[in-house]
Ligand binder design. Structure first.
Ligand code: 4AD
Ligand code: MG
Length: 483
């Protein structure tokens, strides 16, 4: 038998296989023994459920059994039999056990008990072996797969936009530099500045903050495209919603206006949630019970009104609220926390940037539904957004989710060359370097629109995980690039 002719636990549970001789490989979660027999709970990551192996000392030597400790990796051959105990329908009667990798119980940090998420973050190289992180990463996979399924079914093309670029698409100046220059002793120009002409790309380069600008170029040829790639932002935000390296999905569509854009975004988000509900039941049920446990330690008034599954179903079953920034400002200005000065940033006048406290008030307290906020003041949004007739606002769209705040940011794009050029001047966006972007407005321009979904924020919403560091395998945040 080839080494990898193993049967996954998921397959055993789905197919029954009573009476078959199989080989199981995986990691020991727990072992309990009495005089006559040992029970080993195995997990191989294929499914959240552990599978019980029964080891009879008549077949398995004491020496081997001693090494079957929590965390050890085993190859077990035996027969699937109906289970005597409650909780699972079958179990494996071991005929032979090979210890593939021992795990010294004195040193192995993951013990079969509850560990805090903070502690698990310090051992991120092992945390995927816990129920919680196994569930999170299986759901994350399902959502990534669903992204491709959704767009492929709709005839969108997946474009791989560059990771190294010379532009700062969002114009926020929060880029990580990419250079091969000796930073201790860089070559200088005559006026004493770093001479990037001598750098690898013969110019300044950085990691991308968004694939949008290149996505727009592709949409001007293939009509409907999407990107799904890593995104890097050097913003010093130590919050539960920000990563320095995150994944973003950015569809970009020719012949779409702002309303088409919002329709697509709402349909897409609902599709992803429905996909997870249909394909990740066991994991979501586990994550829901985990959250209910966590809630018990909170004061009554801070507990959420809905369980995880109720919340996911609620979002799928209800229309998102669509309101303009101007309407939102009115609601916020007259809200209790604003009048009682409970907001950290009080909303005084039109034009104020919305903070996450305001976004969450709208979604969690006022509407109790996801909200699509549109038509923001042009001053607080990016240069590429299409100006509205009023001359004050742009066709921007942010989607706000309960517990998360902003999950999507997008807009109809400014396709009119003269308006775009003027806006770039006003916002000090260098035009010369962006000649290729402007060319799409010179040659065959058309109304178009797009948006960006922060993938980790979506995974957070679906799994109910409170901290974004717990939905990406190896989080990158200020001061943290371990693993
Ligand atoms: O609103 P943002 O900055 O929009 C863009 O980048 C546009 N170019 C998108 C487009 O129109 N094609 O970012 C989009 C989303 C946010 O709504 C948020 O969900 C997520 O990306 N995001 C982050 N996620 C984790 N960590 C960060 N530091 C994030 N910054 C943005
Ligand atoms: Mg945004």
């Amino acid at each position: 038998m080839a080494f990898n002719k193993r049967v996954k636990i998921k397959t055993i549970l789905e197919q029954g296989l009573i009476g078959s001789e199989i080989t199981l490989m995986g990691w020991v979660r727990t072992k309990r023994s009495n005089k006559n027999v040992s029970f080993i709970a195995m997990n191989d990551g294929s499914i959240i459920t552990n599978y019980q192996v029964v080891a009879d000392p008549n077949f398995i030597s004491d020496d081997v059994l001693k090494k079957c400790t929590t965390g050890a990796c085993l190859k077990i051959t035996g027969t699937v039999v109906e289970s005597q105990g409650a909780g699972q329908s079958s179990e494996l009667n071991a005929k032979s056990i090979e210890v593939l990798g021992e795990a010294d119980p004195e040193k192995y940090p993951l013990q079969p008990k509850k560990h805090s998420l903070e502690f698990l973050r310090e051992i991120a190289h092992l945390r995927m072996r816990t129920n919680t992180f196994g569930a999170v990463f299986r759901v994350r996979h399902a959502l990534a797969f669903a992204v491709h399924q959704y767009f492929n079914d709709k005839g969108f093309f997946y474009i791989h936009t560059p990771i190294i670029t010379a532009s700062d698409a969002e114009g926020a100046g929060e880029t990580f530099k990419v250079t091969t220059l000796d930073i201790g002793n860089p070559p200088k120009t005559e006026d004493g500045k770093v001479d990037f002409k001598q750098d690898f790309f013969e110019r300044e380069a950085n990691l991308t903050v968004s694939g949008q600008l290149e996505g727009e170029l592709a949409a001007m040829a293939l009509s409907e495209i999407y990107t799904f790639g890593p995104t890097f932002r050097a913003e010093n935000s130590n919050t539960t919603r920000h990563l320095a390296e995150f994944w973003m999905i950015e569809p970009e569509m020719a012949f779409y206006d702002a309303e088409d854009n919002a329709d697509l975004a709402e349909d897409f988000l609902k599709y992803l949630i429905r996909y997870a509900l249909d394909h990740c039941q066991e994991d979501l049920q586990f994550l829901e019970s985990r959250l209910l446990d966590e809630e018990k330690s909170k004061p009554q008034d801070q507990r959420s009104e809905m369980s995880l599954l109720e919340k996911l179903n609620f979002v799928v079953d209800n229309e998102f609220v669509r309101i303009s920034y101007t309407e939102a400002i009115d609601i916020l200005r007259n809200s209790n926390p604003n009048k009682k000065k409970k907001f950290q940033y009080l909303i005084e006048s039109w034009g104020a940037d919305l903070q996450s406290e305001h976004e969450r008030y709208l979604v969690e307290k006022h509407f109790k539904k996801p909200v699509i906020l549109t038509d923001y003041p042009k001053e607080i949004k990016s240069f590429y957004m299409r100006q509205n007739e009023d001359g004050k606002t742009v066709a921007a769209m942010d989607i706000l989710f309960p517990g998360i705040g902003e999950i999507v940011g997008g807009s109809q794009r400014e396709e009119r060359l003269d308006v775009l050029l003027q806006r770039m001047d006003e916002m000090n966006i260098p035009k010369e370097e962006m000649w290729w972007f402007l060319d799409t407005r010179r040659f065959g321009a058309t109304p178009h629109a797009g948006f960006g979904l922060g993938f980790e924020r979506m995974v957070q919403f679906v799994t109910g995980m409170g901290n974004i560091r717990d939905v990406i395998a190896f989080p990158r945040t200020p001061g943290n690039a371990e693993f």
